[in-house]
Structures are given as structure tokens and as C-alpha cells.
Design a protein around this ligand. Structure first.
Ligand SMILES: Cc1cc2nc3c(=O)[nH]c(=O)nc-3n(C[C@H](O)[C@H](O)[C@H](O)COP(=O)(O)O)c2cc1C
Length: 212
């Protein structure tokens, strides 16, 4: 069982990375492997809506880590996406990254890398606006049939850097509970597979524009 922990900050070793490190440590204690995947600090293009992914099975835009993530995601069992709060919303990097990763996976691979795999969001902030950032990430999961794993509070933690985050005792408590719950649900899914529970069938998509 492996969880991909996506650091959606342009800071490789910043606050988001520290928060994901807390989750990783707790996952390890629960016997679940994890890996932090950093989206990088170079500019990440948003989705240009060209629909090439429907034919190619991958995003047509190269030069960043979006396609690499989707390849790795095929083998992952669960996901935690972390973002710093930027203007009371998700950082631009993770927003563009997830739009292209999720859209190309949905259009090009029928969602195979993400569908029915548990996911959770973590947002860090210096002071305020982490809840809307957390909400924004969660909306990505519910459009992709990804069950959301929750904690005992919204998954937010505070600090301007990793050192400060480690002083947010309640934030750390929330992150550890999240990791335990993620491990629990992954084990439930594993047990279900062993008992022969299979994913539900998918209907052909119905795609109507609002006007018709
Ligand atoms: C462009 C920008 C916008 C920010 N907006 C907010 C904000 O709305 N609320 C807040 O509390 N912190 C805000 N911050 C601070 C970061 O969320 C905070 O420093 C966080 O710990 C950085 O995490 P990182 O090191 O993983 O990037 C902002 C930082 C930047 C660069």
C-alpha cells in the first residue's frame, strides 16, 4: 500500500513539505508506505483545453512533472495533496498541476490513476484563508470518484515555515489523525479486494451542456 503525498508548493522544503512529512511519519507507523512528490518551482501551465489528452492519453504540455505524476499515480493506492494558502485559495502551482493531471487522466485514461482511490487535502497558512484552500482541493476529488478521507478537524496547519508548523500542536494532531484514517481505509479496501469486492461498473458518460 502506497500513498503519494503531493507537495503543491513552489518551496521544496517549506511548510507544506513539513506537514506532509508529519503525515508520512504517521503512515509509516501504520505500516503504509508513502512518497513525497514535489510539483517543482518552475512555472506550470494551466490546462489550455486543447483536448489532445483524449487521443494521447497524456497531457500535451511537457516540461513539468504532470505526466510523470499521472504515470506514478497509476500504481499508488491513495493520495494526499498539500498546498500553501495563497490569497485564501490554493497556490497557483498546485491548481494548474491538478487541473492538467486530473483532466488528462479523466479524458485520456478514463480516470484509471485516480478513480476510487482515497484522497485528502492539506492546506497550510501563515495566518488565515486555509479553509477555502482546503475546500478547493476537496472539490477536485469529488469530481473524480475519489473518496475523501477526513480527520478530526479540517486538515489545516499553521506556520510561515516548517519550524513554525512544528509548533502548531493541534495542526500536527489533525495531520496524524488524518494519516491514521487514511491507513485504515486503505487496509479496508485491501481487505475488500481479497474478499472479491470489485469496483462498481461505470455507465457511459452523459454530457449535456446547461442549455440543452
Ligand atoms: C503569493 C502568496 C500568497 C499568500 N497568501 C496567504 C494567505 O492568504 N493567507 C495566509 O495565511 N498566508 C498566505 N501566504 C503565506 C503562506 O501560505 C505561508 O507562508 C505558508 O506557510 C507557505 O508554505 P510553503 O512554504 O509550503 O510554500 C501567502 C504566500 C504567498 C507567497
Amino acid at each position: 500500500m502506497k500513498v503519494m503525498l503531493v507537495n503543491g508548493s513552489p518551496h521544496k522544503n517549506g511548510t507544506t513539505n513539513a506537514a506532509l512529512g508529519v503525515v508520512a511519519e504517521q503512515l509509516g507507523k501504520e505500516g503504509v508506505e508513502s512518497e513525497i512528490f514535489w510539483v517543482g518551482a518552475k512555472p506550470i501551465s494551466g490546462c489550455i483545453g486543447c483536448m489532445a489528452c483524449a487521443k494521447l492519453g497524456r497531457c500535451v504540455i511537457e516540461g513539468d512533472r504532470v505526466n510523470e505524476f499521472v504515470e506514478l499515480a497509476e500504481k499508488a493506492d491513495g493520495f494526499i495533496f498539500g498546498t500553501p494558502t495563497h490569497y485564501a485559495a490554493d497556490a497557483g502551482h498546485i491548481t494548474s498541476f491538478m487541473h492538467r493531471a486530473f483532466y488528462s487522466n479523466f479524458r485520456g485514461r478514463s480516470g484509471s490513476a485516480l478513480r476510487l482511490k482515497p484522497a485528502a487535502a492539506v492546506a497550510v497558512a501563515r495566518r488565515a484563508g486555509a479553509v477555502p484552500a482546503f475546500d478547493q482541493l476537496n472539490r477536485m476529488f469529488t469530481i473524480c470518484e475519489m473518496p475523501i478521507v477526513s480527520s478530526r478537524y479540517w486538515n489545516i496547519a499553521f506556520g510561515h515555515n516548517g519550524e513554525e508548523l512544528m509548533q502548531d500542536a493541534e495542526g500536527l494532531w489533525t495531520l496524524r489523525a488524518l494519516a491514521r484514517n487514511m491507513a485504515f481505509f486503505l487496509k479496508c479496501i485491501e481487505a475488500g479486494k481479497k474478499l472479491g469486492v470489485t469496483p462498481p461498473a461505470q455507465e457511459e458518460p452523459v454530457f449535456t451542456n446547461f442549455i440543452r
